[in-house]
Design a protein around this ligand. Structure first.
Ligand code: SF4
Length: 220
């Protein structure tokens, strides 16, 4: 019998329906968290993801994990997918054609299976898959809704934050705190580590940001 973590995984791993299959090491089906939960969606695998066959495992993934922990969520409690499942050569941005083809092939079925309470596109490419006219610089940190009423909360891609220093990291943390407040309103119960008072959380974590080497380690 198919386990919950197997949904479409073998199909994606063996897919050769576009040219990207020729240059990939592994396709990256994604990590499935609990159903009716939270689903992050990036644009495509990078170098580390291509090697390991898992999404967001490099420096970007590490930053994402730390941001999740800041709002009381563990990575195992969320789903992490990409629009395009195979790494474009040289880490280039996937073309619109690749996004539409691979995205439409797998993502709607994965989202239908996971039924997330909220979708979080990471970066401009992923955001434009859901909202072609959206702009990440204008729309990140805002609650949007798909035509069928699904909440979407776009955030910058962690790789962008890694390139843009401490100020960007501080803004990123604020966006995650807003996400936490939205999750509370959606009655999503992420687990015992959740911090219930967002004001205290914001204060303590802004202080942390100045002193914790773990986050500052990411900065250039
Ligand atoms: S990018 Fe998508 S469509 Fe192309 S080979 Fe990989 S899984 Fe298949």
């Amino acid at each position: 019998m198919e386990s919950s973590s197997d949904f479409l995984v073998l199909d994606i791993q063996s897919c050769s329906r576009c040219e990207l299959s020729k240059s990939r090491t592994h396709s990256v089906p994604g990590d499935y968290g609990p159903k009716n939960g939270i689903c992050f969606v990036g644009e495509a695998p990078g170098h580390d993801e291509d090697i390991q066959g898992r999404p967001f495992v490099g420096r970007s993934g590490k930053l994402l994990n730390q941001m999740l922990e800041k709002i009381g969520l563990h990575r195992d409690l969320v789903s992490v997918l990409n629009i395009v499942k195979c790494r474009p050569p040289g880490n280039r941005t996937p073309t619109d054609t690749e996004m539409k083809f691979c995205g439409d092939l797998w993502l709607p079925a994965q989202l239908n299976y996971l039924k997330p309470k909220i979708i979080i596109p990471l970066g401009s490419v992923a955001l434009r898959y859901f909202f072609p006219k959206a702009r990440i610089s204008r729309d990140k940190g805002k609650l949007l809704f798909t035509t069928d009423g699904k909440p979407v909360f776009p955030l910058f891609h962690p790789a962008y934050i890694l390139r843009n220093g401490k100020k960007a990291l501080e803004e990123y943390l604020k966006d995650f705190i807003v996400l936490k407040e939205i999750l509370n309103k959606l009655n999503y119960l992420p687990g015992p580590e959740v911090i219930s008072d967002s004001n205290d959380f914001q204060k303590s974590d802004e202080e942390d940001l100045n002193t914790q080497t773990s986050l500052n380690d990411f900065l250039p």
